[in-house]
Design a protein around this ligand. Structure first.
Ligand SMILES: *Cc1c(COP(=O)(O)O)cnc(C)c1O
Length: 220
């Protein structure tokens, strides 16, 4: 059995003051989340809307819930009342749906654009060019109930550290470029990159948010 509280404390001690931890709890039982919560930790990431909603219902209400998975438009409404940050947004259509559901709930929902940085076919995300097109469009700029507050990316799953580093760096450079062009609903504050296998590299390359599951809760 992993010692959840110890693992969280250990990782937090490695982060430095500019990087936050999102503990990825997908597939893990409520008792694991409760154990983390009881140790004082309150920021969880899930990749399925239904699972996140049912955990939300069962746990204390001061938890910050992050949606880190690929998202279908028709599921947005279920989490719109409470989700804290949506990491994996990769289309204008999805942003428009989130905007509509946020408006119904009288709130502004923070989102990250998922950028494609790996050279693996299974990873979702926008190219740099698509990102500019999206952010510069008036359709995007008219959305008043969402805020894009940064970028998210996943590096290639490989032992080649220099490759992973280069991918994280390319995301960081795009982040820095966009920072110069902030608008009403686009501010570059969070750079979500780094998982159990590569978070130390991600931090070196400027990550502000690491998403870590198995290094805390054990293998899924
Ligand atoms: C599962 C998942 C993680 C965490 O992965 P670990 O290797 O268990 O740390 C991070 N980000 C996303 C998008 C995930 O789906």
């Amino acid at each position: 059995m992993p010692n959840i509280a110890n693992n969280i404390a250990q990782i937090c001690s490695e982060l430095g003051e500019n990087t936050k931890l999102v503990a990825v709890t997908k597939t893990k039982p409520l008792s694991d989340l409760q154990e983390a919560y009881d140790s004082g930790f309150k920021r969880f990431g899930e990749n399925k809307v239904q699972e996140m909603c049912s955990k939300y219902e069962s746990l204390p209400k001061d938890i910050e819930w992050h949606m880190i998975g690929h998202l279908q438009s028709n599921k947005v409404k279920y989490m719109a009342p409470f989700v804290s940050l949506i990491h994996g947004v990769d289309s204008l259509k999805l942003l428009q749906t989130i905007d509509k559901e946020a408006k119904k709930n009288n709130r502004v929902i923070d989102c990250l654009l998922q950028i494609y940085i790996a050279d693996e076919e299974t990873k979702f995300g926008l190219s740099a060019e698509e990102t500019y097109q999206l952010l510069l469009s008036s359709d995007f700029q008219n959305l008043a109930h969402i805020r894009v507050i940064g970028l998210m990316g996943m590096a290639t799953h490989t032992d080649n550290q220099e490759k992973v580093r280069a991918e994280f760096r390319s995301l960081r450079l795009l982040f820095e470029e966009l920072k110069k062009q902030e608008t009403q609903n686009m501010q570059m504050k969070e750079l979500s990159m780094g998982m159990s296998g590569d978070y130390l590299l991600a931090i070196e390359e400027g990550s502000t948010m690491v998403r870590i599951g198995s290094a805390i809760f054990g293998h899924r």
